[in-house]
Structures are given as structure tokens and as C-alpha cells.
Design a protein around this ligand. Structure first.
Ligand code: GDD
Ligand code: MN
Length: 364
């Protein structure tokens, strides 16, 4: 048994300006508690001199820094490195930007002490000034839609939180496959926890520096979700994902279908052309998300095969549309129905072909 009761893992990238405030705030929050702690900063080789800052702080506080260089820069992998290197089996993970209030650490520690089997989650119930950082579609996606998408996987209010604590023995021998930002979700879904215990926190928007969350991270998140769905629900996960991608492609298709007609093309031509942006959209998303866990072939070759299978799908799709609208006055009045019928026939065909040929690489 180590003499440290709690290891606080803090992943950092370009946080030299925040780390001192954080370490001091933790020191203050834990000055009068009965348990001991260490702070373990896991930095991805930031070019901002954080190592020097932490070394100076270590004269005053129980803090050390780890700079793993044997892998690509990644938040989840940094957290995993920190968990491995932690002196204590009780690990707490938090951001460096002071978004997660150190004052909540004692309550989280207590919750873990009371029941070592649970996953303790610092859960946002208030976001101070939620409107001052860009309340964009982006943020909306991140907090609401993404949370909704995790519903079938975990039962908690804030599955996106990066503020959590747990007993390391609960993930021993568990095969983790984290990627991107949602290491907490990964641990919750795959770890052997008896439940999730949520501690309400007041989330603060970062004051210094900027979020490293970006579009790539969102795509990673979708892939991560898919992995977790597949782990939990088997191939059904892939199928649901394929359906969702298809639904989004349908919207792209409609937009172009109307756009081309608006530009003066006949509806048959509009239908023939709108197919291509839609199907390319689907291909890209399926490559990134639905079949993202399968080993990838070179893009060019996969694209060729895709175009070939799409040509067949396209012929079916367009053929059904033109035949229905040309032969039946009913479908000429309700062209959208003809369009949907064409897509329906082609989708079944495409799913089978994609699954068998285009993305047939072995699952990872
Ligand atoms: N080592 C390492 N490597 N650390 C990283 C990396 C990386 O590639 N990317 C980000 N970090 C660190 C940051 O320095 C910060 O301490 C913490 O991870 C969170 O990064 P932010 O860039 O501040 O992320 P955020 O505020 O957009 O996201 C946070 O809140 C989300 C919920 O709103 C994170 O806690 C997410 O996990 C959480 O989902
Ligand atoms: Mn942040």
C-alpha cells in the first residue's frame, strides 16, 4: 500500500499559465483534510515551459510531472498514463484550466471512500456564464446531442465530464480502447463499477488559454461512441450508425435535389446529380465513423470500389425514380415519394455491398 491516499491526475497541453493557480487552489482546498494527496501532471510535451513551472512548484507542493513521448498527443492516452503512474489506487482526474473546482475534491474522495466500487463523477448542474463562450451549434452538439447519444450506454446526467474519481483496481485487466476526449465515458462503460455516483459541481469556463476541443475531436468522439456501442450491443451498433449516417445523407440529397431544380435543371437531372454529393457524404462519414474501427485500406482504392458499388446503387436509385415519376401520375405529383423509394431500394443494396466489399476489413 502506498502512503498517498489520493492521486490527482491532471492532463495538460499548453497550460503553463494555469497550472500554478490550479496547484495552489488544490493545496488550499485540501489543506485541512485528513487524507494525503499527490498531483500528477501529464503533459504532452507542450512548448510552454510547463516542466520548469511544475519543478518550481514541487518545492512547495506534492506535485510531479510526466512527459510521455512514445505516442501521439492525446488527452485520453495522457490520462491513462497518469492512472498507471499514480502512487495511489484512488485516482481523481481533472482539467488544468480551473473548470473543475478543487473544492469538490473532498466530497468526491469521501464518496469513493464510502463505496470503493463506484465511479464518482463531478457532474455539471450549473455552467457559469454558459453564454459567454460561443454558444454555437458546436457547443450545443458537444453538450446536448452528444449526451443524448450516450444514453443507452451509461445512466448519468453528465457522461461528458472530465472530472471523476475511482479505484484503479476496478479497471485492472479491463481492455480499454480510449481515443480523444471521452476517457471518462470509456472508463464508466467498460470498467467494473457498481454504479455512477454524481457529485454536483459548478463548472467554470476557462479564463486563460483556449479549449483544445476541435472538429477532429468530435469525429473521434463519434468513432469512440461507435466502439462502445459495438462493445455493448454487437453489430447492431454498426447498423444503427449506418442508419444515422444514411439519414444525414438523405438531408444532403434533398438539399441538392432542390438546389439543382432551383438553378433551373429538370427534376430528373436534379435527382441524377444530387445523388453524388449525398453519397460522397455518406462514404466519408461511414469511413470515419460506422466502419471506423475496421482496418483501413488506402483511400484511393476504397474510393474506387465505392464508386463502382455506387454506380450500381445509383442506377437502381435513379432508375426507380425516373420509372415511377415517368410512368405513374401519382408519383409525378409526389416526386419525393419516388425519391424515397429509389433511395430505399438502393440503400439495402448499398448496405450489403459496403458491408461485404468496401469496408470488409477485419474489425480491430
Ligand atoms: N496531455 C494532454 N494531451 N492534455 C490535453 C490534451 C492532449 O492532447 N488536450 C487537452 N488536454 C488537457 C487540457 O490542457 C486541459 O487540462 C484538459 O485536458 C481539458 O482540455 P480543454 O481543452 O480545456 O477541454 P474542454 O474544456 O473543451 O473539455 C473539457 O470539458 C468537457 C466537457 O465540457 C474536458 O474535461 C472534456 O473531457 C469534457 O468532456
Ligand atoms: Mn476546458
Amino acid at each position: 500500500m502506498s502512503s498517498v491516499d489520493l492521486s490527482i491526475v491532471v492532463p495538460t497541453y499548453c497550460e503553463a499559465d494555469n497550472i500554478e493557480n490550479l496547484v495552489r487552489a488544490i493545496g488550499k482546498a485540501l489543506a485541512h483534510v485528513s487524507f494525503s494527496h499527490e498531483i500528477l501532471v501529464v503533459d504532452d510535451d507542450s512548448p510552454d515551459g510547463i516542466v520548469g513551472v511544475v519543478e518550481r512548484l514541487s518545492e512547495e507542493f506534492p506535485v510531479r510531472i510526466l512527459v510521455p513521448r512514445d505516442r501521439p498527443r492525446d488527452l485520453s492516452l495522457s490520462v491513462m498514463d497518469g492512472i498507471q503512474a499514480a502512487a495511489s489506487e484512488r485516482v481523481l482526474v481533472m482539467d488544468a484550466d480551473l473548470s473543475h473546482p478543487p473544492d469538490c475534491i473532498p466530497a468526491m474522495y469521501q464518496a469513493l471512500e464510502a463505496d470503493p466500487g463506484v465511479f464518482v463523477l463531478g457532474s455539471r448542474y450549473v455552467e457559469s456564464g454558459s453564454f459567454d463562450r460561443d454558444w454555437s451549434l458546436w457547443r450545443f452538439f458537444n453538450s446536448h446531442i452528444a449526451t443524448l447519444l450516450t444514453r443507452p450506454l451509461v445512466n448519468c446526467r453528465d457522461p461528458m465530464s472530465g472530472f471523476f474519481a475511482f479505484h484503479r483496481t476496478r479497471i485492472e485487466g479491463v481492455r480499454l480502447n480510449p481515443i480523444g476526449y471521452k476517457i471518462g465515458l470509456e472508463l464508466m462503460v467498460r470498467g467494473r463499477f457498481t454504479g455512477v455516483r454524481e457529485i454536483p459541481i459548478r463548472f467554470q469556463d476557462r479564463a486563460i488559454g483556449e479549449s483544445k476541443m476541435n472538429f477532429t475531436q468530435q469525429v473521434y468522439f463519434l468513432r469512440h461512441l461507435r466502439r462502445l456501442y459495438t462493445a455493448r450491443f454487437g453489430s447492431l451498433g454498426e447498423f444503427i450508425n449506418y442508419g444515422l449516417v444514411g439519414a444525414s445523407g438523405f438531408i444532403v440529397d434533398l438539399v441538392f435535389y432542390f438546389l439543382f431544380q432551383w438553378l433551373g435543371l429538370s427534376h430528373q437531372w436534379a435527382r441524377a446529380l444530387s445523388f453524388w454529393p449525398a453519397v460522397s457524404w455518406n462514404w466519408q462519414l461511414n469511413r470515419a465513423a460506422t466502419f471506423g474501427e475496421r482496418k483501413r485500406r488506402p483511400r484511393a482504392r476504397q474510393w474506387m470500389e465505392f464508386v463502382l458499388t455506387s454506380l450500381l446503387g445509383f442506377t437502381l436509385n435513379w432508375g426507380v425514380y425516373v420509372t415511377l415519376t415517368g410512368r405513374y401520375p401519382f408519383f409525378d405529383d409526389y416526386r419525393l415519394l419516388a425519391l424515397v423509394a429509389g433511395i430505399g431500394v438502393a440503400s439495402v443494396f448499398n448496405f450489403v455491398m459496403s458491408s461485404l466489399y468496401v469496408y470488409n476489413e477485419k474489425r480491430l
